[in-house]
Design a protein around this ligand. Structure first.
Ligand code: AMP
Ligand code: GLY
Length: 426
């Protein structure tokens, strides 16, 4: 079968790499892909941007694509699945209506409250002075979130009032997120440990992936500004069998059922960011209507099951109840980023010492391009060096061994990815 993957990040490199291992798959196209997918032996990049739904649909029709798997939220929120369905093309990802779970924080929060799914208390605002009065009334810490899509940068955890007020002003008055920030929500601050819980569903049958944990903050010890994610590992030790079942029963099943009952059947990857407090109470932090990045990289590294087959079955309503097969090892990915990220950074730096893939290590590309035999940086998050190990400590050691060899000008990375799990293993 022929597979089209939409997107150009590390997630899409990992999906393309995994899909190309399927015995059912003859061709893998990535639109637009990156320098890593360009260099994958069985994968071909197609120069169509991921939000160009018309051209993507035309490509899928002309090339008789059997299944399109959508990586990023952008085209899903724009309605790529609806467009493909109208042309009788199989596309794995939620419809425009269902993708609102990620596309609008207000939609998500209203949905959670309506369906009794636990989440932080909140209020939404379009007026800065009303938001600031609210902040003064309830006091910090609290969390400010732009309503729409802001590339993972729309959230401010404000420990002090002045930071909360600044976030409100930047969002509502200075429009730093454009239309996505014309509304915001102010949310109760939650404490505990976060985990990423991702499932594949056709709106009825739900197949959970292994748990994972990502590090969203830029600096060691989870300090500094929020990023798209500086590293991730799987499984997350905090997600014990008890917590796994609790997440399924309290969050995932009611969400998939609730969406169906609202006429918004959810077919696609569903990602719940969950806060687990010290008494094992759960609260939903966020939903993503797609696989996580960088969680995909360590998860695909551990997965033995055929992801292409699963996506095709889900999008054609022939999915069967099943458990996925996993490698026993722990997998851990370290993001190597351009100096300055998540703010301004330079691109076009040549990357040196990229190692070939081994049984234990794989370098997934995100912001790279491949020109004249050279791999160059082209984005903020550049690589995700992913490794397997008997436990998190071993996987971490293995990943950093490779990270330390790879060089480019002004590269940076966190040196403590997986630290919570490593501490637990001591
Ligand atoms: P989100 O995009 O909503 O997941 O937010 C990004 C990150 O901000 C999360 O992964 C958390 O680390 C943090 N965060 C979001 N909401 C809260 C909250 N209510 N309490 C504490 N931290 C939060
Ligand atoms: N790693 C967080 C995300 O994919 O949104």
């Amino acid at each position: 079968m022929k597979v089209l993957i939409v997107g150009n990040g590390g997630r899409e490199h990992a999906l393309a790499w995994k899909v190309s291992q399927s015995t059912l798959v003859t061709d893998v196209f990535v639109a637009p892909g990156n320098g890593g997918t360009e260099q994958e032996p069985l994968v071909k990049n197609i120069p169509i941007s991921s939000n160009n739904i018309e051209e993507l649909a035309e490509f899928a029709l002309n090339n008789k694509i059997d299944i399109t798997i959508v990586g990023p939220e952008g085209p899903l929120v724009l309605g790529i699945t609806d467009k493909f369905k109208s042309l009788n093309l199989n596309c794995f990802g939620p419809s425009k209506g269902a993708a609102q779970l990620e596309g609008s924080k207000e939609f998500m929060k209203d949905f959670l409250i309506k369906h009794n799914i636990p989440t932080a208390t909140y209020q939404s605002f379009t007026d800065a002075s009303e938001a600031i009065t609210h902040i003064k009334n309830i006091g910090c810490p609290l969390v400010i979130k732009a309503d729409g899509l802001a590339a993972g940068k729309g959230v401010t955890v404000a420990l002090e009032e002045k930071d909360a007020i600044k976030a409100v002003q930047e969002c509502l008055n200075n429009n730093i997120f454009g239309k996505a920030g014309s509304k915001l929500i102010i949310e109760e601050f939650l404490e505990g440990e976060e985990a990423s819980f991702i499932v594949l569903t056709d709106g009825d049958i739900i197949i959970p992936f292994a748990s994972s944990q990502d590090h969203k903050a830029r600096d060691n010890k989870d300090l500094g500004p929020n990023t798209g994610g500086m590293g991730a590992y799987s499984p997350a030790p905090v997600v014990t069998e008890y917590i796994h079942n609790k997440i399924m029963n309290e969050i995932i099943i009611p969400t998939v059922q609730g969406m169906r009952n609202e006429g918004l059947n959810y077919c696609g990857f569903l990602y719940a960011g969950v806060m687990i407090d010290y008494e094992n109470n759960l609260k939903v932090l966020e939903f993503n209507c797609r696989f996580g990045d960088p969680e995909t990289q360590p998860i695909m590294m551990r997965l033995n099951s055929d992801i292409a087959k699963l996506c095709l079955e889900a999008s054609t309503c022939s999915l069967k109840e099943q458990s996925l097969e996993w490698k026993q090892e722990v997998s851990l990915g370290v993001v190597m980023a351009s100096g300055g990220y998540p703010f301004d950074y330079e691109t076009g730096m040549e990357i040196f010492n990229l190692p070939p893939e081994t049984n234990l290590t794989k370098v997934f590309h995100a912001g790279t391009s491949f020109k004249d035999g050279k791999t160059l940086t082209s984005g903020g998050r550049v690589l995700c060096v992913t490794a397997l190990g008997a436990d998190t400590t071993e996987a971490q050691k293995e990943a950093y061994k490779t990270v330390k060899r790879i060089k480019w000008d002004k590269c940076f990375y966190r040196s403590d990815i997986g630290y919570r799990a490593v501490e637990r293993e001591k």
